[in-house]
Design a protein around this ligand. Sequence first.
Ligand code: NAD
Length: 298
Amino acid sequence: MSAEVIDGLGAAQRLKQQVSEEIELLGAGRCRLATVMVGADYSAAAYERRLRRVATELGAGYQNHVLPASCELADVLTIIGGLNADPRVSGILILRPLPPHISEELLFPALTPAKDIEAVHPVNAGLLALGTPRFLPSTPASVFYLLDCWLDQTGESLTPFYRRSTIVVVGRSNNVGKPAMSIGYTRGAVVVSCDEWASRTGRLAEVTRTADVLIVAAGVTGLINAKHVSPGAVVLDVGINPVADLVTGRVHLVGDVDFESVATVARAISPVPGGVGPVTDVWLIRNTVTAARLAAGD
Ligand code: NAD
C-alpha cells in the first residue's frame, strides 16, 4: 500500500469543536434539530441514533418524530407543517429512505426553505446549482471538507489544486452525486459525472481514470478497484454498504471502493468506516446552527 489514508475521524473532531463553540455563542435553546422518520428502515434508524448522539454532545436541542410505514402522505405533511411553524425548531431533516408510497417530490417542497438543512427543497437545490447555496447538503459538503482538511495537512493550496483538477463523481443522486458536482463547479474544477449507465456500457474505468479526484457514491460494494484509478489520484469513498460476515453472520460496513487494491495506486484514499461518514453527522448540526442564525436575522 502506498496511499495516505484520509482521516475522517480527526476531521470530524475538529469540526465538532468549531460547531460546539458556535452553539455556545448562539446561547441556550437557540439551536434545535428535528428529524422525521417514516417506518423503521435499518439505516435511517442508525442515522437517527447517531444524530441524536452528536446533537446532544454538541449542545444542540434534538427531537425525533416517528410515523408508521403505513401512514399517509397527509400525516407526514401535518408533522412537517407543525415543525415549520415551531419557532423552537431551527432545522428539519426527513430521514430516508421513505416508504415507496410517500413521495419525496411532494414532501420536500412542503419544508420551509429556511429550515431545510439538507437542501432538498427545490429552492435550496436550485440555489446550490446556481452557486449561491443557503445550505450545503451534509454528505457532499463533508466530502469536500475532508478533502480540504487533507490538502491543508499536505500544505497544498486549495484554490490552485481545484482549478487544475478533474473531479469525477460516480453516482448522480439528488442528495449526493448532483450536489457534489455543483460544489466541484464552484471551486473551478473540471467536473465529470457518471452513473450506472457508464458501468452498463463498459465505460466506467475509461471515465474514472481521468480523475485527479474521484468521488464514489454509487452504493455498490467494490465497484472501484485499481484499474479504475490513475496513479496519484485522490479517492473519496462515500458508499456505505452492509456486508454480512460469511462465518459469523455479523454485519459490517464497507464502501464502494476496494480499499486494498486502490491504495496501491492512489495518492490518498478515505476509508469506510472512518472517512466521510463521521463528518456528515457533524455537518448536519453545523447546518442547523446556520439555520438558527438565519432565523435570528444573523
Ligand atoms: P442512490 O441509490 O440514490 O444513487 C446511486 C447512484 O449511483 C445513481 O445515480 C446510480 O445510477 C449510480 N450507480 C448505481 N450503480 C452504479 C454502477 N454500477 N456504476 C456507476 N454508477 C452506479 O444512492 P445515494 O443516496 O447517492 O448513496 C450512494 C451511496 O452513498 C450509498 O452506499 C449510501 O449508503 C452512501 N451514503 C453515504 C453517506 C455518508 O454519510 N457517508 C450519506 C449518504 C449516502
